[in-house]
Design a protein around this ligand. Structure first.
Ligand code: GTP
Ligand code: SPV
Ligand code: MN
Length: 593
């Protein structure tokens, strides 16, 4: 398919290692894609769903031990350990190639190796980057065709003497947990993933390339790769301002990116446009402002909780052309279901593992009774989304007015606060913390620090990453204002106080008003907090100005405890944490005292 000798040589080497029966290039044509679907259906890798109710939709089940990213088996392999830092797992490149080489050896015997040329960003555009993934999984091929711009035009765009593509090798092997490895070699532009079939571990364009490898490249080349959604808010006069927001996995990016304005705002003419739901590549534009593109082409979204009132846009997006992974199969109607879709779980159904599911046993507190896996997902092209931005395919991206950090905090973080300047904003991002979710293997609901929602995705030392953030601010003429939000404060019974979802627009409008200097704020120890009356609660049932006051309250003792924890976390990151951030921490503590 190409005369590029670097590509061909690498494919030859990889085939020599993995020994596939044949090698098939993915061209992106409808015919080839359909052929692959048929093949995957014939082996039970995917099931076709009801063509009338869910046209062109499929169901896939992963192995039961393979349902989320495996952060403890994810490695950054730089020559010097210091470059990987203390937060990432590190292995020496030679050692890792040797260790994984054994696992890859012969792993594709009897299988086909698919060659997927893909572009992160608009094909051939200045800011796009090309990757090639070699995989033995049709599920991976079908997902990559949705999640990225993939096919023949990409390999043509690479040309015949360019070596600057990211080499991704994936084999399902035996899906053994003990031998599962997701390894990155940023110095070689290489990713090796073995023994998994779950999205974030195997769709190598996503977290592996567009965050871990890209963050490394971004630092070298002067831009940033971030775990951020990109959203445009249109005011009634037709002006659109863009927000980039970083929340940890399963903390609301897809939902915010597709928000529907509450009735009182929609009637006035407010609209929201989705540019991206998970990853943003940010750079300083020709006008000196910060610009963002979404390098992906689709959404790999969390299914549970998605419904007609929480996220109608996501639901509409996934009514066709979608691959569902690890959801409930309603085999009577041949459709899908998940917890939180509606109050009408199917009677005749299989759970996500493929076993008969008894809906009457369902107990919210016991995940073993769930029909869908808590990290079950949908994969669908962004262009299916009713609120996709007209700028989605613009290679220049969109200018960013505000950066928003956030996480799940039951108590400490207020509904929203604003940093005092860029450096203080970087500090606010660096001290982010959130309760863990099902998006990564391990315990759920444990508070952990997750700077800029990049804890599992930074491809180099976290201290150097903070320095890069500080330096970027110096290069931006009118840097975006930086905020922190928390939709997840709970009352004493553990219920969320803030209604969230579409209502989050009310907070975003305060944020944009601050960017335009149109509203005052209260100065607190942690930064600027809204005057409670300035959060518009018109048309919002059960929320009073007093509720907003409660949501905005900054608890001194909780924050002092947090400050102590931040100090420990910085120490763990190590001696590359910039002095400026320690100064910010000292200043925070003295303001609290
Ligand atoms: P990743 O794809 O893992 O990066 O997740 P994400 O950040 O895109 O999270 P997503 O929008 O899929 O939301 C994850 C879960 O949080 C879902 O179950 C949502 O229903 C829930 N959620 C999202 N937004 C809100 C909100 O504003 N309030 C509340 N209470 N829950 C929310
Ligand atoms: C996340 O976990 O942040 C996701 C899903 O967006 S995955 O692709 O698995 O990383
Ligand atoms: Mn994500």
């Amino acid at each position: 398919m190409t005369d590029n000798k670097y590509v061909n040589e690498w494919i030859r080497e990889s085939a020599e290692l993995t020994c596939p029966n044949e090698i098939v290039w993915i061209d992106g044509s409808a015919e080839q894609t359909e052929l692959l679907r048929r093949q995957a259906m014939s082996t039970g890798e995917i099931f076709k769903l009801n063509e009338e109710l869910l046209p062109n939709c499929y169901l896939h089940r992963t192995a039961i031990n393979d349902v989320a990213r495996v952060e403890d088996r994810t490695y950054i392999c730089t020559t010097k350990k210091e470059d990987t830092g203390n937060i990432n797992n590190w292995m020496a490149p030679d050692e890792c190639y040797a260790k994984l080489g054994k696992l890859f050896r012969g792993s594709m015997k009897g299988h086909t190796m698919y060659v997927i040329p893909y572009s992160m960003g608009v094909v051939g555009s200045e800011f796009a980057k090309i990757g090639i993934e070699l995989t033995d999984s049709i599920y991976v091929v079908l997902n990559m065709l949705i999640m990225t711009r993939a096919g023949k035009e990409v390999i043509d765009a690479l040309g015949i003497d360019d070596n600057g593509f990211v080499k991704g090798l994936h084999a399902r092997a035996n899906l053994e947990l003990e031998n599962r490895y997701i390894c990155h070699f940023p110095e070689d532009n290489t990713i090796w993933s073995v023994n998994s079939g779950y999205g974030g571990n195997v769709l190598l364009g996503k977290k592996c390339f567009a965050l871990r490898i890209a963050s490394y490249l971004g630092r070298k080349e002067g831009w940033m790769a971030e775990h951020m959604l990109i959203l445009g808010i249109e005011t009634p006069d037709g002006d659109i301002k863009y927000i980039a927001a970083a929340f940890p996995s399963a903390c609301g990016k897809t939902n915010l990116a597709m928000l529907i304005p509450p009735k009182v705002f929609a009637e006035k003419g407010y609209k929201a446009w989705c540019v991206g739901d998970d990853i943003a590549w940010l750079r300083v534009g020709k006008d000196g402002r910060l610009w963002a593109v979404n390098p992906e082409f689709g959404f790999f979204g969390v299914a549970p909780g998605t419904n007609e009132s929480s996220n109608p846009n996501a639901l509409a997006t996934t009514r066709r052309d979608t691959i569902f992974t690890n959801v409930v199969h309603d085999f009577e109607n041949n459709t899908v279901w998940w917890e939180g879709l509606d109050n009408n779980p199917p009677e005749h159904a299989m759970d996500w593992t493929g076993k008969k599911w008894n809906r009457t046993r369902y107990n919210k507190k016991d995940t073993s009774t769930y029909g869908a896996h808590p990290n079950s997902r949908f994969t669908v092209m962004a262009t299916n989304c009713p609120c996709i931005s007209s700028e989605f395919n613009n290679p220049e991206g969109v200018p960013i007015s505000a950066i928003v950090f956030g996480g799940r905090r039951a108590k400490t973080a207020p509904l929203v606060y604003q940093s005092t300047d860029w450096l203080n904003g970087v500090f606010v991002g660096s001290i982010m913390a959130s309760e863990t979710t099902a998006a990564q293997a391990g315990a759920v609901g444990v508070v952990r620090r997750d700077p800029m929602a990049m804890l599992p995705f930074t491809g180099y030392d976290m201290g150097d990453y903070f320095t890069h953030w500080i330096n970027m601010g110096k290069k931006i003429k009118n840097p975006p204002k930086i905020f922190n939000v928390n939709w997840f404060r709970t009352d004493d019974e553990g219920n969320f106080i803030w209604p969230g979802f579409g209502e989050n627009l009310r907070v975003l409008l305060w944020i944009l008003a601050r960017c335009d200097d149109k509203v005052d704020a209260v100065s607190t120890a942690i930064g600027y907090v809204p005057i409670a009356e300035d959060i518009n609660i018109r048309g919002l049932d059960g929320i009073t100005v007093d509720t907003i006051r409660e949501l905005l309250h900054v608890d001194r003792d909780l924050w002092l405890a947090d400050a102590a924890d931040i100090e420990k976390f910085y120490a763990k990151i190590g001696d590359r944490v910039p002095r400026e951030l320690y100064d910010e921490l000292t200043a925070l503590k003295s303001r609290l005292n």
